[in-house]
Design a protein around this ligand. Sequence first.
Ligand code: B12
Ligand code: SF4
Length: 488
Amino acid sequence: MKKKIILSYPEKRVREKVSSIAYGIMPIARALLKAGFEVQILDTRVQDYHNVDLKGVLLFGISTMTGPQIKHGIELAQWVRKTNKDIPIVWGGIHPTLLPEETAKNKFVDIVVRGEGEETIVELAKRLQEGKGYDDLPGLTFRNGKNIVSTQNSHHVDLNTPGLPPYHLLDKSKYDFKDFTSYCSSRGCPHRCNFCFNQEFYKGKWHSRNIDHVITDIKWMKKNLKCKRIGLIDDNFFVNKKRVEDICNLLIKEKVNVKWSAMCRYNYFDNYNLAFLRLIKKAGCYELGLGAESGSPRILKLVKKDITVKQILEGTKKCVQAGIHPVVSFMCGFPEETKEDVLQTLDVIDKLRKIDPDVEINGLFIYTPYPGGELFEILRDKYKVKFPRSLEAWSKWDFSSREILTWYPKDYLRFISTVSTIVRYQFLLPNLKKYAKKYPFKPTSLMFFASNWFFELSSKIRWKMRWFGMPFEWDAWDYVNRKVRGEH
Ligand code: B12
Ligand code: SF4
């Protein structure tokens, strides 16, 4: 009886080690192991798939977000199909869940597992092993003759089973967790930001691992992975203030002594006094990621962010007072946005830097619509944006890539692209420099920074004068880059 299952994370190959595990497939692997299956992880960032033995494989799993990962996923699926056409290829993750029918239409997809996949995959693997059908199994989409069939939705999985992702399945020489690694203590988010996948994927629900498991997991990671810092990848770690307090008190009581960062919402700070923020700082929180998105009240309303500019400024002030480093993200390029809205965002960035010049501005990214959010539907239905219509086509949907942003008037796209680049040079480059100082000197980093002095200077002048027209220096840079890449 076949027992072996391969779960893959398709990505560009990197030569050195990576510090993050493939988060989507590791909990799936854990559930399958518990059910008695043999599991092999194929993380193509650090492994060459050509050497993988497909003999006796019960199913081959592929995980993907929207974008270039899909291209690597299809490449893997083609190879599996060519090597052994009888192995069912099962796709899961964010993109297949958001567009299951379209995904299942692809000939390199046999079955789509929608939503959180732990329970569905175990049941599916059992059925495949026993040669039974699966058309009554919740959470699946697949081709049936010429039709695409979707079974009913599966439910949210129980996050309270003991144990961590199966790190023992990984080739330790390919991963470096010592400085930083990530951990997920909860999933979903109850808020309604209309650019976010959460409403569609988690249906506005948030569910979490209980505090005893969280503490046990963190202790295990500290001891076994020897990590100094843990990044919580929860979309919203702070949904339940009491839970956060309890976790922090336990981290302090048990002297876990690990630094951690997490994402939080600005409106929550209305309920956070300095004592609470100092508690989380004492428990190891060194950094909070905060989505401000825009400095324009009109845009904040339009994207249903449910925060105010006042909350952005006050929340940042509180963070700084508590000694927690705020990393604030902004976006531009929303439908109905005007230059005036973007200029309001720039003013808010200036105000944040006045609170403390060390407040980190994590870019002003150009909004890239992804399937799932309400804003995506508005663009499709009201603005008649022609989104990709197939799995392959979505693989070209690259974050903030100007080629896909076809619905903006040309001069507006040029404006937001220039502002976005300048924000990056103004505020991200200094952080890169700080980061570079911590590490051994490399001639390439010196070359990188030396070639950037001019852009830094021009960005500073442009920022101060709020002058974003005629970006001749960036055009020249673009031209050189395109020539180097052999493009026209
Ligand atoms: C961590 C993270 C990353 C990491 C991923 C690192 C890694 N090694 O995995 C990094 C930093 C690389 C990253 C990059 C990007 N990310 Co990101 N990221 C996240 C984040 C915060 C957590 C993902 C996660 O691991 N969740 C926890 C796991 C357990 O959940 P999961 O992946 O959904 O997996 C479950 C199910 O989907 C399913 N499943 C998953 N895979 C499979 C496979 C099989 C076979 C089966 C059966 C089931 C299954 O079962 C799992 C367990 O229940 C999410 C937000 C979120 N909450 O998901 C954004 C998110 C996935 N990212 C997003 C984006 C846009 C990006 C970037 C484009 C951003 C950028 N600025 O560059 C890039 C794209 C990179 C690329 N390669 O294409 C979007 C994706 C939208 C979309 N439609 O795909 C999200 C949803 C954020 C958001 N709010 O919009 N990201
Ligand atoms: S953007 Fe953040 S706060 Fe808004 S719904 Fe998504 S996860 Fe929740």
